[in-house]
Design a protein around this ligand. Sequence first.
Ligand code: MTE
Ligand code: MO
Length: 156
Amino acid sequence: MSEKPEWLDHPHPHDPNPTPPTDDPTLRLVTPSGLARISVEDLRRLPVLTLPDSYIVSTGHPRSGPFTFTGVLLGTVIGALAPGDWSAALIISDDGFGTRVTADEWAARAQPVLLAHTRDGQPLTREEGLVRLIVPSETDEALRQIKWVGEIRLIE
Ligand SMILES: Nc1nc2c(c(=O)[nH]1)N[C@H]1C(S)=C(S)[C@@H](COP(=O)(O)O)O[C@H]1N2
Ligand SMILES: [Mo]
């Protein structure tokens, strides 16, 4: 669990994976001192933010949207469940996809980094990503728009 994910140093393959990697929707919250599990229901109990006019942009296929995503700020999840003086978080899907989000990014209110569980007022299905990271500052390739978020790993 502590080894470095290969995608930190190598670019992602660009083809999006259409298939959910696991049947287990539970998120793992990993800190140097341990592991907590967060259910989608836990996530839904936290205060929500709604982000209109979001697009999933790709160079390989047409962009999709606009979508209205609703979810919890990544900073809210971390502040509520793992408060600390973190520098960054790795947001990881069990299909080997992931991105690094810095504390500066999750604190920026102008481009809120969201763990979305709802799209256009409907809960995201497992096919649609279930819990999706939305990084509004990334508008090129969707390589940071992580579907099926399975792990939030905090870095000191
Ligand atoms: N977990 C995971 N998230 C991912 C990907 C993936 O393969 N796995 N592909 C990315 C890419 S390249 C794109 S274009 C979008 C596609 O999102 P969509 O399947 O909802 O259109 O998801 C992004 N997030
Ligand atoms: Mo993509």
